[in-house]
Design a binder for this molecule. Sequence first.
Ligand code: M6R
Length: 614
Amino acid sequence: MCGIVGYVGERQGLSLALEALRRMEYRGYDSSGIAVNNGGISVVKKAGKLANLEAVLGDMPGTTAIGHTRWATHGRPTDENAHPHVSFDGRAAIVHNGIIENFAPLRQELVDAGITLNSDTDSEVAAHLLARAYNEGETAGDFRASALAVLGRLEGAFTLLFTHADHPDQIIAARRSTPLIVGVGEGEMFLGSDVAAFIEYTKNAVELDQDNVVVITRDGYEVLNFDGTAAEGRPFTIDWDLAAAEKGGFDSFMMKEIHEQPAAVRDTLGGHFHDGRVFLDESDISETDLKSINQVFVVACGSAYHSGLLAKYAIEHWVRIPVQIEVASEFRYRDPVLDERTLVLAISQSGETADTLEAVRHAKTQGAKVLAVCNTNGSQIPRESDAVLYTHAGPEIGVASTKAFLAQVAANYIVGLALAQAKGTKYPDEIAEIWASLEEIPAKIEELLDVREQMAGIADELGAVQTMLFLGRGVGFPVALEGALKLKELAYIHAEGFPAGELKHGPIALIEDDLPVVVVVPSPRGVKLLHSKIVSNIQEIRARGAQTIVIAEEGDEAVREFANYLIEIPATSSIMQPLLATVPLQFLAADIARECGNEDIDKPRNLAKSVTVE
Ligand code: M6R
């Protein structure tokens, strides 16, 4: 949710932290702030986007800094509630990501001790507790012991960075259920919610476990447990570079990411099929385990959930076992029936989403095998799963998911084929044939990117619409849901996706003159009945005055006369069609967003890239 940076080294901390926050702003952007520790603590913080902070920056010399970009949980986005928070004596500062669940009694304790709290946040208590622990009692004068004492009192999920004026040469940080990565430079050390914070300076990073504390100085880092005993981080090398985190000539990250989709799908497929067989990544789930699986549960949120709906269609069709799909936040609250023959497929771009993580934990307590589909190496969801299949979409900065979604669909299909292979429900030549059509997809997406101009023209003609409906049947239904979600996120207008067959059961009442309705049409070469039924649906809505925006396979003449706008996509097999049909809807959402006055499609209001609170 929030983005955090910490730095100890030789560079000026203020400018370094500002740059890092710029690259992490996608994580939260309702306020931001930086504290520089130069033997005294200076703080600057401001509500609103980072540009507001930049406008008020003064000179704050010092080579140790912590910074924060916020997605509000407790307390409105105001200057006071922005991080860093400074202790009552002005000697300590903290930044926090997560929720301190027991903040209310801690706050009361501070108030009773005569300390004035300056914000409505759950986070501020940590700064005052640190100063109290440092100023008096057993831990007096000992920064590390004071930080550990504070951590021992906190409940909830948090990444916390502590800095103290008496120790300008170090930062102490901790994590519980929220992300924190250490960057290892030469004569300088970094902390970040993700590697984008420091990728410009080093590719050497260290992953931490849950309930780890790390102390960084210029010369190195030390990892501890919350009880102060020694622990170890896991060093790794970052395999993407700064260019991947920058816009590369596009006017938004989202546009760049839409254009990166051919590569995202191609790279995700890479290496998973050779010698006539499908391979998953290394995992603790053996071929024998896979063979014994008799049901699948898919858990995910948002776009990842929509990709999971497609996993359901593919797995049930190819493997002939039941697949249930559940929004992750609902999964564990309804006592799903799982056992050791259940495979739980947990899909998450960030690998941090709290609801999905909790669903994974619940599934494991029930003895199910968990396979994560994830885009972020070393993140929590894959780490707690029995196996992971990484999507290789590269960093996705735009808050609205595009390339990660398509890469998830491709990865889900790999899982489906691996299951079909293990359970023998498809012959090797059938698997090879499906794989061949999957491998053709990146080139077809490439071709389809030219649709951008057509979509911009349609958005131009539609103007600032108030509401839009999206209809699909079969695998077109998740595409309709994803198209509607993109539009809600980006244009802030009402949009809904329906199975086209449901139209007559209620939603048709919404149709009125000029209402734009997107219809995703299945291939005429697939199930004939499905195609003809949707053609009838298009006629029904046209007859009631709607403007139809029809996404159909090239050469599908049956739909032409009923389409106000016809968007033709390359031919492919039915199950692969969502990998293509989604693309024009991504462009449409971005273009309508502009018509509706949202210029910053990378950072839609109220959202954050990864949702690390339940
Ligand atoms: O990181 P995750 O894939 O777990 O995130 C899940 C959703 O929060 C995410 O897909 C969200 O719905 C996107 N903003 C959709 O564009």
